[in-house]
Design a protein around this ligand. Structure first.
Ligand SMILES: Cc1cc2nc3c(=O)[nH]c(=O)nc-3n(C[C@H](O)[C@H](O)[C@H](O)COP(=O)(O)OP(=O)(O)OC[C@H]3O[C@@H](n4cnc5c(N)ncnc54)[C@H](O)[C@@H]3O)c2cc1C
Length: 385
């Protein structure tokens, strides 16, 4: 366990936090409105966030990152979560996608993939989910080595940023293997022969993020794009990336719920019915008290998991607990916020309406609530009585 966690010095970090707060409450509001209006969140938004230095926050400095500790990064993602779902997911993915590479890349791949990814010269997207199998060791997409290439066959879908990604960090298996055996992580270039990319319909929330359905028919990928060795693919996906990523998603739930509470409080103070503001009704006060308490409980679980990650002792169980509790909390808080708003909150153009839709996404991200329960139950049962 490291005695001292590497992190940005406190003065610089507090400056960064104030800067991000002002950016979220200022310029990003107009960006958010434009995304909702046009239905598009393209590369331009990435460029803006990149030029501000917000997409390489958590990566180590020697690799081109800004060297925040994970706990510091969580405080920043909490702020971004208050903005639009698509903006938040860009910050979340960019600040985590490099993690599975760390344990897998060769020196040559570090220069060709990892550093350009962190520096923003490449966009890669996590490509695991399939229409014909469960997420994880059940994956069915196969690879076969032929000469200097892998031929990839299968389908992937719901892949975020499939509209703009330069590479798909794709998880598959060697033909004829099962379970974790023979799983591979492969960098599939957008232009790979045999890869067809079709865009999926717009999602319920996260307006503007392009989700792709990939069809791979003997798609040809250079063998030098294989990360690590066969058999390591899924371990990298599940342990290197998903643990901290689940905590990051959990903290985004906290940030978004805080914004919902803030809006609900404002509305409760302004809206007068039967001669009194809603905020003076005890039933509304109980909602507000429950919301604030629920948010605080989730935040503490996330902070604890973040500290464990910094000490390199984060377990799958603790990451899943933070995520499980936080998605449930966000659902309860946004539900109550919408009730406090009344019917007007249900209409397009109201921020709470967008938040309600955006808040359904973390339910699926990095594994559903059911998946988190499976992981937690496994640990509970292994510990015995
Ligand atoms: C907007 C959006 C963006 C996404 N972006 C990406 C992306 O960039 N990359 C990517 O790889 N994936 C992405 N996904 C996919 C996401 O990770 C999956 O939707 C999620 O993991 C659930 O898998 P599934 O949809 O296949 O559900 P299914 O596996 O079909 O599950 C359906 C239901 O059954 C439950 N269930 C399934 N198996 C079990 C089991 N063994 N035990 C108990 N319950 C079970 C699930 O919890 C769920 O409630 C995205 C999804 C969405 C909605």
């Amino acid at each position: 366990m490291p005695d001292r966690v590497k992190q940005m010095n406190e003065t610089q970090f507090q400056q960064l936090k104030s800067e991000v707060k002002a950016y979220v409450n200022g310029p990003l509001q107009a960006v958010s409105d434009a995304i909702e209006k046009t239905g598009v969140c393209g590369k331009d938004v990435w460029r803006k966030l990149r030029s501000q230095g917000y997409l390489n926050l958590a990566a180590p400095e020697p690799l081109g990152g800004r060297g925040l500790s994970f706990s510091q990064y969580l405080q920043i993602i909490e702020l971004f979560a208050r903005s639009h779902g698509s903006i938040r997911v860009i910050v979340h993915v960019s600040n985590g996608i490099w993690r599975p590479f760390l344990s897998l890349v060769s020196a040559e791949q570090k220069e060709r993939f990892l550093k350009p990814l962190i520096e923003g010269r490449l966009i890669a997207t996590f490509t695991l989910t399939e229409p014909g199998s469960g997420s994880g060791a059940d994956l069915k997409t196969t690879v076969r080595k032929v000469g200097a290439n892998y031929l990839v066959n299968g389908e992937k879908w719901m892949i975020s940023f499939g509209d703009i990604a330069d590479y798909f960090l794709l998880f598959a298996r060697l033909e004829g293997t099962s379970g974790y055996d023979g799983t591979v992580a492969l960098m599939v270039p957008r232009g790979a022969p045999g890869l067809e990319i079709q865009m999926m319909p717009p999602a319920m929330g996260q307006t503007g993020t392009g989700h792709a359905h990939l069809y791979l028919k003997n798609a040809r990928v250079p063998a030098r794009n294989l990360l690590g060795v066969p058999g390591q693919g899924l371990t990298a996906a599940l342990s290197g990336f998903l643990g901290p990523s689940r905590v990051s998603v959990a903290m985004t739930c906290v940030g978004l719920a805080e914004r919902a509470l803030e809006l609900a409080v404002k509305r409760a103070k302004e809206r007068v019915t039967f001669g009194k503001p809603l905020a003076r009704r005890q039933i509304i006060q109980t909602y507000l008290a429950e919301m604030a308490t629920d948010i605080e409980a989730a935040r503490l679980l996330c902070i604890h998991a973040g500290e464990l990650q910094d000490r390199q002792t984060l377990t799958a169980e603790k990451a899943s607990m933070a995520k499980l509790y936080s998605v449930g909390m966000l659902k309860r808080v946004t539900d109550k916020a919408l009730r406090i708003f009344g019917g007007i909150g249900y209409f397009k153009g109201s921020e709470i309406e967008r938040i309600y839709r955006d808040s359904r996404m973390p339910w699926f991200e990095e594994g559903t609530a059911e998946t988190q329960k499976v992981i937690i139950a496994k640990h509970v049962l292994e510990r015995g009585d």
